[in-house]
Design a protein. Structure first.
Length: 95
């Protein structure tokens, strides 16, 4: 039985910013997760990256228009997921 403390949530996110997941965007993802206890991962074509690792995020090579799967797990997973989704929607503030 799932409870809030062991929730695992997944959602597809679209990379909308023209420069993709580059160094600044990866840093923003890592910094956004700092206050959360949840673990978050992005998946692209079988390659998984821990969202707390800039190097792993950069290794995805995620460019404009690509769909990634965001998977978040832990006690505050819903809040962390919502914050990350908002960051993707807001195009990492590169509009």
């Amino acid at each position: 039985m799932n409870t809030i403390s062991d929730a695992k949530l997944s959602i597809n996110v679209l990379v909308l910013n023209r420069t993709g997941i580059h160094l600044r965007a990866a840093r923003m993802i890592c910094e956004l997760l700092q206050p959360f206890h949840a673990t978050a991962k992005l998946l692209k074509k079988g390659i998984e990256a821990d969202c707390r690792s800039i190097l792993q995020l950069l290794s995805l090579g995620a460019g404009f228009g690509e769909v990634l799967t965001l998977s978040v797990e832990g006690e505050d997973a819903q809040f962390a997921r919502d914050a990350l989704v908002r960051l993707f929607i807001d195009q990492f503030y590169e509009m």
